[in-house]
Design a protein around this ligand. Structure first.
Ligand code: FAD
Ligand code: MLT
Ligand code: ZN
Length: 582
């Protein structure tokens, strides 16, 4: 079949420029904006009232609804865990203390308004003020915290953590709540510390190409701010309109630009952290080179809020490419996708900036669920690849892309292809890949696995799982494969009407064992959260997990930071210093 290559037209970062539009015109499936929609029950002239300690009036204002004893739900039987009774329970007095910590600011403390506070909607259907903090983006993990605190400064957060430490109150740090492994919502009744109000861009240094931001800055807002100065953020992901820089650092998010800029670990130059006991650890430097001892900031990158709370970040913001092209190809086998990657690396070289793949099943779901999307090619193909090039010399970049197109066509590596003819078209092509996770959310329940595997064999897991599930579950259960092929990262998703133990048992531990046997990683970029805390052993040996436990013990001896997450229960318990010795 002849390749339908549309005229190459230069694009000035189509995705970045149209991203804002996306959030305006598409339904906002990632929930309300945390900054604007804070539901609160605090009085306006709070400062005066909270200073009147022990006043009866205050006691009434700050009394939380009685706590429900319903167990939390976590999207499947294997994830139901019991509350660790060593942690204290938040009292009205704690809440009053938190209010003082935030200087009496009415928007800084949110308490539950119903007894369900909650793993589900209240009986009257009205919901609870804490629901948006208790439930994750997928609607899969439901905690039941009764208080969320939203500090505005490091000092306020430090005071909050001192109180939690002294009272042995468990805490869950929360950013934009877009995480996909249940790490950013409480497992039980942890105090939610949401960073959404620490959202200042502290500095943007064009000469050095470095920006310093508070943790609550939303990724897309930072991108817009640095774009205005000709720079870019070396990170881009589908949740950019809501995820926060602190959340991204804490998950070491990968995303769509990793192929170009490498892991976030290399782009973060410095961090400010509030430790479990409230102490502030100042690692906030903007130096490119700094070999003075251990690189402690790396401990906090990807720690998912279990070792400290990130409050400020210094991050490289390199010059933005001025010339961006996007092409989408249809291919008839996964082997051809891999062959295309090899050719792209060889022929496009330094201008190759993204290489993403998805299968036909993923595209079908997008077309079915997302309004305004359409089949990009004349005929369906089993596989699709999005290739993006970014450079700064139009003639050079275009010549390279044209040569690449000619080769892949002549070698018949692709079946069909299309190049974005303008920004709108390029954006439409990117949407088909970038919003698969949104389509999955609309479609119902989804089991998500985020796996690193040897690139050439990556898709075998999808076909193997399909063969495994089909006889028992039929066509009601769909197995989809997509991901960051250029990074060896498969997103294996099982879409179904509802979460069932039978289906989960058919998938797990099979997927983890398969990954272990391939010496892959059970968490390529999303983290372990609560979903895979026990599963770390499939990708890390016992000694490594033991050392992680030692680090946890050193930094958070009471284990109050994000309990139940990242490390297996046995390691977490061993890491706790007995109360009698504290
Ligand atoms: P949250 O979800 O709030 O928290 C995530 C974890 O970090 C939790 O463990 C939380 O406790 C901890 N945390 C949050 N803030 C802090 C802080 N300041 N200090 C310490 N700990 C903190 N991920 C990718 O890697 N690549 C992708 O391409 C990608 N695409 C996505 C697309 C969509 C549509 C969605 C919904 C999610 C996607 N994700 C992706 C997952 C998610 O967006 C990222 O993990 C993101 O980094 C989470 O940021 P957040 O601010 O929402 O963090
Ligand atoms: C993606 O690459 O689309 C994200 O990591 C989200 C997902 O895995 O669904
Ligand atoms: Zn991803």
């Amino acid at each position: 079949m002849p390749t339908r290559v549309v005229r190459v037209k230069l694009l000035f970062d189509a995705r970045a420029r149209i991203a804002a539009l996306l959030w305006l015109v598409k339904p906002r499936v990632v929930g309300g904006d945390l900054g604007q929609a804070t539901v609160r029950v605090v009085p306006c002239d709070l400062r005066r009232r909270v200073d009147e300690r022990n006043a009866t009036h205050d006691d009434e204002e700050w009394r939380m609804a009685p706590q429900s004893r319903v167990a939390p739900t976590m999207g499947g039987a294997s994830h139901v865990i019991a509350r660790d009774e060593r942690y204290g329970e938040v009292t009205d007095d704690d809440v009053r203390h938190f209010v003082r910590c935030v200087g009496g600011d009415a928007a800084g403390v949110v308490v539950s308004t119903s007894a369900t506070a909650t793993n589900s909607k209240a009986a009257d259907g009205a919901g609870d003020a804490l629901d948006k903090y208790n439930v994750d983006w997928m609607g899969k993990y439901h905690g039941r915290s009764r208080v969320a605190v939203l500090p505005k400064t490091t000092k306020e957060l430090s005071a909050i953590m001192s109180r939690c430490h002294a009272r042995n109150l468990a805490v869950v740090p929360q950013g934009g709540n877009t995480g996909l492994v249940g790490g950013g919502v409480p497992a039980y009744d942890e105090v939610v510390v949401n960073l959404g109000r620490m959202n200042a861009i502290v500095s943007i240094d064009e000469d050095a190409g470095v920006s310093v931001v508070e943790a609550g800055v939303v990724l897309e807002e930072l991108e817009s701010a640095v774009r205005a100065r000709g720079m870019t953020v070396p990170l881009d992901l589908g949740a950019k309109g809501k995820c926060q820089m602190g959340g991204c650092v804490s998950t070491n998010a990968g995303g769509l630009r990793l192929l170009r800029y490498g892991s976030l670990r290399g782009s973060v130059l410095g961090l400010e952290i509030v430790l479990a006991n409230g102490e502030v650890l100042d690692l906030l430097r903007t130096l490119r080179k700094d070999n003075t001892g251990y690189d402690l900031k790396q401990l906090f990158i990807g720690a998912e809020g279990t070792l400290g709370i990130v409050t400020k970040i210094a991050i490289l913001t390199p010059r933005a490419p001025t010339n961006v092209n996007v092409a989408l190809f249809g291919l008839d086998s996964f082997a051809s996708c891999v062959e295309l990657l090899k050719l792209a690396r060889g022929r496009l070289g330094e201008i190759l900036s993204a290489f993403e793949f998805f299968d036909r099943e993923s595209l079908d779901l997008v077309l079915e669920q997302l309004k305004g999307t359409r089949d990009p090619l004349a005929k369906p193909c089993p596989f699709y690849v999005v290739v993006e090039t970014s450079g700064s010399v139009k003639s050079h970049d275009n010549a390279k892309l044209q040569a690449f197109l000619k080769i892949v066509k002549n070698k018949r590596v692709i079946v069909d292809g299309v190049v974005g003819k303008d920004e709108k078209h390029a954006f439409a092509l990117w949407t088909l890949r970038e919003r698969i996770s949104v389509a999955l959310k609309y479609a119902g329940a989804v089991y998500k696995y985020d796996i690193s595997l040897p690139t050439a064999r990556m898709y075998n897991l999808v076909t193997t799982l399909r063969a495994r599930l089909a006889p028992q579950f039929g066509s009601g259960v769909k197995v989809l494969g997509y991901g960051h092929l250029g990074d060896g990262n498969l997103h294996l998703n099982i879409s179904c009407a509802e979460y069932t133990d039978a289906l989960e048992r058919a998938i797990e531990p099979f997927v983890y064992e398969y990954t272990r046997d391939e010496r892959g990683s059970v968490s390529a970029e999303h983290g372990l959260g609560i979903m895979k805390a026990e599963e770390i052993i499939y990708s890390k040996d016992a000694k490594a997990v033991e050392l992680m436990g030692a680090m946890k013990r050193a930094l958070d001896p009471r284990g109050i930071l994000n309990p139940y997450k990242v490390l297996p229960a046995a390691t977490r318990v061993a890491a706790l210093i007995p109360m009698s010795r504290l």
